[in-house]
Design a protein. Structure first.
Length: 315
């Protein structure tokens, strides 16, 4: 796009990008607005200015359907990253799924970083991604550290989780997921507590501390109390004896959990259907005769350039 600075990620480039965005808005250039908005978000997130990126998203109106599917995928990714940092994991999960659906298959760089962030968000939501998500053709090697991380979370192995994070810290920093991964530690402890409560009807805080590799039994008591309050485990604490007694596990099909799971799947299917309907395009008959062959070639060249940018990955 003409007029963009050479170093689009520099601090000095923001003023020029904002000026171009203002010009495109006044001229009702919707495609230009989408491109420049993503450039601005990329610049802000590169410098970890998440709050400013959120304000920019909230104060910008984009008309749907998007003029460019590639730009729509990038915007969903950036917005999903912002929502994940702000602890809104449900909305982040929906946005990242949209980004992966809209992204072209050839954009391997974009799909890799978006998949990594999506997997972390699922873990933060308390869900365990299916193994098939890590075996996607072309992404298997890149997702190998995240598979080890997910395995540690699934079995509630805090020591293994810590080793995986420390061993791949540089990679997680480069992917900008290290901060989010640090939050998963609480989920690992919860999973480990759930497995312990199902295996033992009575167990002391000292034994729990040893099994989960926690710092000391006193902290373990507070962690168990918080888990009971959050309904992670169904147990009773005996403070005098320093142990917990797990209650008998009830029939899950007698609870509201199956209904909640079906409702979640139905909502996902309806959302996919609505997105597909909104993404449908029809020829602009009023402008069809105005576009010359030269203008058509120029437009197709710009679309190919945007696809090449997506293949280079994000950040």
């Amino acid at each position: 796009m003409e007029g963009l600075p050479e170093d689009e990620l520099s601090i000095s480039a923001r003023k020029q990008i904002l000026a171009l965005l203002r010009t495109c808005t006044l001229k009702h250039d919707e495609l230009g607005q989408e491109i420049l908005l993503n450039k601005m978000l990329e610049n802000l997130l590169h410098h970890d200015l998440v709050d400013q990126a959120d304000k920019l998203i909230c104060n910008t109106e984009l008309h749907e359907p998007y003029r460019s599917t590639n730009q729509a995928a990038r915007f969903c990714f950036y917005k999903g990253y912002v929502k994940a940092v702000q602890l809104d994991y449900t909305e982040s999960n929906n946005l990242l799924q949209q980004a992966l659906r809209k992204a072209p298959e050839k954009a391997q760089g974009f799909r890799t970083i978006a998949t990594k962030l999506w997997l972390i968000v699922q873990l933060l939501m308390g869900e365990i991604p299916a193994r098939s998500e890590f075996m996607v053709k072309g992404l298997k090697n890149a997702l190998a550290p995240y598979l080890m991380l997910t395995s540690a979370v699934r079995f509630g192995q805090l020591s293994r989780f810590t080793k995986v994070v420390s061993r791949n810290a540089d990679l997680f920093h480069d992917d900008r997921t290290y901060m989010l991964i640090q939050r998963i530690r609480h989920n690992v402890i919860k999973t480990g507590l759930r497995r312990v409560s199902l295996s033992y009807s009575r167990i002391s805080f000292k034994d729990i501390c040893q099994k989960l590799n926690l710092d000391n039994p006193e902290d373990t008591e507070y962690i168990v109390a918080k888990a009971i309050t959050d309904r992670v485990i169904d147990a009773v604490i005996d403070h005098d004896k320093g142990l917990i007694s797990s209650k008998e596990v009830g029939d899950i099909y007698g609870s509201a959990e199956p209904v909640s799971a079906f409702d979640k799947r139905i909502s996902f299917c309806l959302r996919v259907h609505n997105d597909a309907v909104q993404a449908m395009r029809y020829p602009y008959t009023e402008h069809a005769e105005e576009e010359s062959p030269e203008e058509r070639r120029k437009r197709e060249e710009e679309e190919r350039e945007e696809l090449a940018r997506l293949e280079d990955g994000m950040f």
